[in-house]
Design a protein around this ligand. Sequence first.
Ligand code: APR
Length: 311
Amino acid sequence: MKPKISVIGAGNVGAQCAYRLAQRGAAEVVLVDVVEGLPQGKALDMSQAGALDGFDVRVTGSNGYEATGDSQVVVITAGLARKPGMSRDDLIHKNAEIMKVVVGNAVKYSPGAVLLIVTNPLDVMTYHALRISGFPANRVLGMAPLLDAARMRYFIAQAMKAPISQVYAEVMGSHGDLMVPVPRLSTVNGKPITELMTPEQIKLIVDKTTNGGAEIVNLLKTGSAYYAPGSAAARMAEAIVKDEKIIINSCCYLTGQYGIKDVCLGVPARLGRNGVEEIIELELIGEELVKLKKAAAAVKELTNILLIPHT
Ligand code: APR
C-alpha cells in the first residue's frame, strides 16, 4: 500500500504540490480545503490527467479531515497569500489563526505524521505549528529554503549560461528580507561562483534571490508564486515518505546549532521518514554567520508577536 500525504489548502500552492506528488507517484494524496467542492474538483481533475501523464495514484479531495487519517506527511498550505505591497509578515495573525485549526486536526487524525509547513510567514508559522502540535522538533519543518535555493540556481544558471542541473546554491536564514544566500558555497560544475563571477554580479544574484517571491507577486498582482513553491513542497514530502536521507535546506527548529537556539530557521538538513533526521552545521565564516544570527534574531522577534494575545 502506498503511503499517504495530505495537503491542506487546495489553492494554488496546495494544488501544484498535490499534482506534483501524483505525477511522481510518491504517495496517495488527499487534498483538503474549507471551500466546498474545491478540493474534490481539483482532485478529480488531477486524477483524470493520470491517463495522459502516466500516473495511477489515488488523489481525493475533502472538506473534512477524516480522509487524512494516518498520513505520513501533512503539508500545510492553508492560509492567505501575499498581494502587491504586502510583506510575508503582514499575513501573520490571520494565518496563525488558520494554522491553529489545521494543525489541531492534523495532530488529531495523524498523530505520527511529519508536518511540512508552507504557509507564510514561513519561519514564524513553522515555529507556531511546532508549539501547537506538541510534536517533537524533528517532525515539524518548513519548506522555503529549498524554494529559495531553486530560485538562486535559476538566477546563477541564467547569468552563467549553464544548465541548471550543474548549479548548486546554498541558501539559509529566513524566508524574507533576511534570507542568507551563501555565494562561497554556491557552485557551477563544482566551482564556487565567487571564483566565476564579479562581486557586482554576485550581489545582483543575491538581491534577485532575496526578492524572488516579491518579483512574482508584483507581476501576478492577485496572488503569489505557486509552481516552484508547490514543487519544492512535493519534493520534500517525497524525500520524507521515501526515507531518502537526502540533504535538503529546510526551515528547522534550532537547539544551539550555529550558536542559535529556540527559533525555526533555514539550514541544511537530512530528511527521512522521521522528518528532520540531522541538522548539518556548515562552517560559515565572517559575514555569513553574522547574517544568519541577524536573521534568527529577527524571526524570533516576529515569532514573539504570536505569544502576545491578539485582539
Ligand atoms: N482549512 C483549509 N484550507 C483553508 C483554510 C482552513 N482553515 N483557510 C484557508 N484555506 C484555503 C483557502 O480556501 C485557499 O483555497 O487555503 C487556500 C490558500 O490558497 P491560495 O489563496 O491560492 O494561496 P496560495 O497561493 O496557495 O498560498 C498559500 O502558501 O506560499 C504560501 O504565502 C503563501 O501563505 C500562503 C500559502
